[in-house]
Structure formats: structure tokens, C-alpha cells
Design a protein around this ligand. Structure first.
Ligand SMILES: *[C@@H]1O[C@H](CO)[C@@H](O)[C@H](O)[C@H]1NC(C)=O
Ligand SMILES: *[C@@H]1O[C@H](CO)[C@@H](O)[C@H](O)[C@H]1NC(C)=O
Ligand SMILES: *[C@@H]1O[C@H](CO)[C@@H](O)[C@H](O)[C@H]1NC(C)=O
Ligand SMILES: *[C@@H]1O[C@H](CO)[C@@H](O)[C@H](O)[C@H]1NC(C)=O
Ligand SMILES: *[C@@H]1O[C@H](CO)[C@@H](O)[C@H](O)[C@H]1NC(C)=O
Ligand SMILES: *[C@@H]1O[C@H](CO)[C@@H](O)[C@H](O)[C@H]1NC(C)=O
Ligand SMILES: *[C@@H]1O[C@H](CO)[C@@H](O)[C@H](O)[C@H]1NC(C)=O
Length: 444
């Protein structure tokens, strides 16, 4: 990422704040659990969650800065629904700390939660609603702060007295709006892992679209200055997502020095991030250089530039923890689809209506075990990511479906979290590389 001088100076300040926390708590880094919504009928929900995930819009949108002190920032990351495929992190806001769960999302930057008073425009959340008036550490974020989404509107002029930045962040089909604040956040469960970080800029929402149920907001882990990673000056972070169907298992998110791929060095692969366009929302994304895809030993005939990021900011492939189902440009998707179809000896059926996935196979009976299939390899620049069948196929309602979807040629492709299960994935923001290794994530 090419950051502006303004961003760089704000990071320096925040790194200082984090150092204070380290000295105060003795914790060198932050460790948090990621959980998923429990569901009682795994079969119904497997197809339900895919439908939910697909309902989320995939359109990349440009950010639009409005007049005055209101700002609209768009990102193509989407909210999710109760049985959707999101991983939720637990954190706590304010003093005294109020715990809540939020979607962990590497495809956007803003950290936000709902704030009281909240009327009809707020959604039902499982955690008690945070009230800034009950916290001794809440402050409205000054409009001329480098983390203010309205700072650009001021263009260096002094802010009007009492200026507060009203934002409206849109995510494809969803949105959330409110005022930007600053708060003390607490991360991690045990005292050894716990870090209290003052002065974190966040969105205090009092109006949102519906359907964020299951969470009380979102934590952006993108490359922009507003993300948790940037605000902590973490340098690197990693996560390890437990098997998708196992909604009871806790996944792990690590921020800071402990975010290392320890142990086996032989299984670790690394690929550089591709420099993204220096404008929102593309400046948020972690682009990767995907040069090919194989099924088993067969390299698929996909043009090497199918996933290339173009000079105008279109195309490219990003890795995103907040998207469930991988989407590929159609030319590549059709090759994957044909290859998968060629290795499965079952009647193919269009699952669009039941699961939203267009390549499905009918299992002999709803409880039949799916057929054995070779692994799929994503060839990144310098690093092969091997996906066993269970990381690219999904079963539900007696169907065995390719858990990928297509996208208009020339659009951005996204590596979703279903394809990231059972891998420990390290984002080294300083070295600009992504590393990954197969892992039993519940053991981390
Ligand atoms: C913001 O504006 C206030 C009032 O004009 C000023 O005192 C403060 O130094 C400014 N802060 C920054 C970071 O520019
Ligand atoms: C935020 O933006 C969305 C999409 O443009 C719009 O539908 C919604 O009404 C806006 N919300 C507020 C509070 O302005
Ligand atoms: C949200 O808060 C802002 C600023 O206090 C206020 O102008 C707006 O009317 C509130 N919206 C709702 C839906 O309560
Ligand atoms: C997950 O937890 C729920 C509630 O505690 C329980 O009913 C369910 O059986 C568990 N599922 C698995 C796969 O362990
Ligand atoms: C990796 O090793 C370091 C140093 O021993 C340790 O602090 C960290 O917690 C380990 N991380 C993981 C994910 O095991
Ligand atoms: C992507 O990787 C290929 C193969 O290593 C390399 O030739 C190409 O220059 C890379 N593209 C970018 C944008 O880094
Ligand atoms: C996606 O693939 C289906 C069939 O596999 C095709 O009908 C549809 O046109 C494709 N969509 C795009 C955007 O290419």
C-alpha cells in the first residue's frame, strides 16, 4: 500500500499508544477467538448459508465523499445473515468494557458498532447495546483528526466548533451510518492475552440496514488507516479458520508478534501482495497474484492474466475473510467448472435455486458420502495453496456443489473464507507478503 504522509504520521502516534499498552499489561500481542453462529440442522443450514452468502452483493463501488461533514464510503464487503458464513470476533468497548461480537473482515477498514440511543433504524443484536454516555473513555473523533472520514472535506481548514463526522458506510446491499468516535477497546480473554487500547477511532452507528443479526458490528482488518491492523500498528496478523461445518469450534485471530506460523517450516508458502490502486475502496484490499489453477495434476487452461489487476483498478484477485464463497472471473470459473464436472461421476444439476451454486451433483441419497475427489491447487506467485475437496466442494440438502461462483470477466475475483478453512494464514503488512500453512486450527 502506498500510504499518504498523513496516514504515516497517525500510525506513528498509534504505535506509541500500543507500546504503552504493552508495558501496562505485559502482553506482547493480541489473541482473540473467532466463532460462528451455531445452528441446529446442519443440512438445511449448509445450503441456507450459501444462499445467504450469495445474497450479498459483489459489486465493487467507488467511495463517494459528500459535502459538509457527511461522508459516504463504499466497500464491496458485505454484511452477513444469521446462518451466514462469517467469523465473529469478540472484543469489548469502553470503560467499563462491554463485550460484543463483530464480523472480522479483511475486505474493509472501518470498525463499528451500534450505539445507544438507537431507535427503529437499529437492528437487533445479541449483545447489550453500547451507550457512549455510560463510558468514561468515549469522545467524538475530531473532524480534523487524520482518522476522520471527513478530514478530506475540510481540506486542511480548521473544523467548525463542535464538528462531528457523520459517516455512512455502504457494503453492497447493506449500510451503517452514525458518528465517528474514539474509544478504549479491550481485546483478548485472559489477563496474559489481554490488551486495552485507548483512542481507537470507530463508527458509532445509530442507523443501519437490517440483517446484521448474529453480530453487533464489524471489525475492518484491511490496509487502510482506519482498520484495526493499522490503528494497532500491528505489522502483521494471522488467523486460522476451523472447519466450516463445525460451527462450535473456535478459530483464532492473532495480531502483532505472536501472529507467526510456528512449527513446520516446510509447509509454509509465501506470496507477495500485489500493490493495489491508491484509492478507495481498492486501497483497502489485499491483492494476490494468482497465476493458475490445477485440479489434481491437471493444470487448467486459464489465461495467466485472467486475474491480473489492471491499471484502471479493475480486475485482480483479493483475499477476504468477510466473503464466504470464492468468486472467479467467468473465463476461469468455466474451466474450473468443466474440470470438476469431468471428475465426478454423478448426475450434474443446477443448484442455483436451492443453494445458489450453479454446479451441483445429486447424491444417491441425502445421507450418501460424497465421492472422493482430487485436491485443487491455486498457484500463487511463488506459493501453491492446496485445497482438499472439502475446501472447494460443499454438501447440503443431498447436493454436492462446487463452492465457487462466477463473475463478469474483467471484474475483481475474491478468495473467500470457505476456501481458507484449515489454513493458518499470516498477513505480513510490513513485508507485504501473505504466508500460509495447513493447520488444525482448533489446536492453535
Ligand atoms: C484540530 O483543530 C483544532 C481547532 O482548530 C486544533 O486545536 C487542533 O490542533 C487541530 N488538530 C489537528 C490534528 O490538526
Ligand atoms: C446510507 O446509504 C444507503 C445507500 O446509499 C442509503 O440507502 C441509506 O438511506 C443511507 N443512510 C443514511 C442514514 O443516510
Ligand atoms: C443519528 O445521530 C445523528 C447525530 O446525533 C442524528 O442527527 C440522527 O438523527 C440520528 N439518527 C437516528 C436514526 O436516530
Ligand atoms: C454444538 O453446540 C450445540 C449447542 O451447545 C450442540 O447442541 C451441538 O450438538 C454441537 N454440535 C457439534 C457438532 O458438536
Ligand atoms: C509462535 O512463537 C512465538 C515465540 O515462541 C510465540 O510467542 C507465539 O505465541 C507463537 N505463535 C503461535 C501461533 O503459536
Ligand atoms: C505474478 O507472478 C508471475 C509469476 O511469478 C510474474 O511473472 C508476474 O510478474 C507477477 N505479476 C505481478 C503483478 O506481480
Ligand atoms: C456464470 O456461469 C453460468 C453458467 O455456468 C452462465 O450462464 C452465466 O452467464 C455466467 N455469468 C457470468 C457473469 O459470466
Amino acid at each position: 500500500m502506498s500510504s499518504t504522509p498523513q496516514m504515516a504520521s497517525s500510525l506513528a502516534v498509534l504505535v506509541f499508544l500500543v507500546c504503552t499498552v504493552v508495558l501496562a499489561s505485559g502482553a506482547a500481542s493480541v489473541r482473540v477467538g473467532l466463532t460462528r453462529i451455531h445452528y441446529s440442522d446442519p443440512d438445511i443450514t449448509a445450503s441456507q448459508f450459501v444462499r445467504d452468502a450469495l445474497r450479498r452483493d459483489m459489486h465493487r463501488q467507488q467511495s463517494r465523499f459528500g459535502a459538509g461533514t457527511t461522508t459516504t464510503v463504499s466497500s464491496r464487503t458485505r454484511k452477513d445473515l444469521p446462518n451466514g458464513g462469517e467469523y465473529l470476533m469478540t472484543l469489548a468497548i469502553g470503560t467499563p468494557p462491554l463485550p460484543y461480537q463483530a464480523i472480522a473482515d479483511t475486505g474493509s477498514d472501518l470498525i463499528w458498532t451500534q450505539c445507544a440511543p438507537c431507535g427503529a433504524q437499529c437492528f437487533q443484536q445479541p449483545a447489550p447495546l453500547y451507550n457512549p454516555a455510560s463510558s468514561t473513555t468515549f469522545a467524538v473523533l475530531p473532524c480534523n483528526s487524520s482518522l476522520s472520514m471527513c478530514a478530506g472535506v475540510l481540506a486542511g481548514a480548521p473544523p467548525p466548533p463542535g464538528c462531528a463526522c457523520m459517516f455512512n458506510q455502504t457494503y453492497g446491499t447493506g449500510w451503517t451510518a452514525g458518528v465517528q468516535g474514539s474509544e478504549t477497546f479491550t481485546f483478548g480473554a485472559g489477563p496474559a492475552d489481554q490488551a486495552r487500547v485507548p483512542g481507537v477511532a470507530f463508527g458509532c452507528s445509530n442507523a443501519s440496514s437490517s440483517d446484521w443479526s448474529g453480530s453487533a458490528g464489524l471489525v475492518g482488518l484491511g490496509r487502510g488507516s482506519l482498520s484495526l491492523v493499522s490503528q494497532l500498528g500491528a505489522g502483521s496478523f494471522s488467523y486460522c479458520l476451523t472447519p466450516f461445518q463445525d460451527t462450535n469450534a473456535t478459530s483464532t485471530l492473532l495480531l502483532g508478534p505472536s501472529a507467526a506460523l510456528n512449527g513446520s517450516t516446510t509447509g509454509v508458502r509465501s506470496t507477495p501482495f500485489v500493490a493495489g490502486p491508491d484509492r478507495a475502496p481498492m486501497s483497502t484490499y489485499y491483492y494476490l497474484n494468482l497465476t493458475g489453477i490445477s485440479l489434481g495434476a491437471t493444470a487448467l487452461p486459464i489465461s495467466p492474466d485472467a486475474f491480473a489487476l489492471k491499471a484502471d483498478g479493475t480486475g485482480g484477485l483479493i483475499i477476504d475473510s468477510g466473503t464466504t464463497i470464492t468468486s472467479l472471473v467467468n473465463a476461469a470459473y468455466q474451466q474450473v467448472r468443466a474440470a470438476v464436472q469431468s471428475v465426478v461421476n454423478l448426475p450434474a444439476t443446477d443448484g442455483s435455486d436451492s443453494t445458489g451454486l450453479d454446479l451441483c451433483f445429486a447424491l444417491p441419497t441425502p445421507t450418501s458420502a460424497p465421492p472422493a475427489m482430487p485436491s485443487m491447487t491455486l498457484h500463487f506467485d511463488g506459493a501453491d495453496m492446496v485445497l482438499p475437496a472439502g475446501s472447494y466442494m460443499i454438501s447440503g440438502s443431498g447436493l454436492w456443489c462446487l463452492a465457487m461462483r462466477n463473475h463478469t470477466d474483467g471484474a475483481m475475483s475474491t478468495l473467500g473464507n470457505y476456501q481458507q478453512q484449515n489454513l493458518h494464514i499470516l498477513y505480513d503488512v510490513r513485508k507485504e507478503t501473505l504466508s500460509f500453512a495447513p493447520a488444525t486450527c482448533s489446536d492453535l
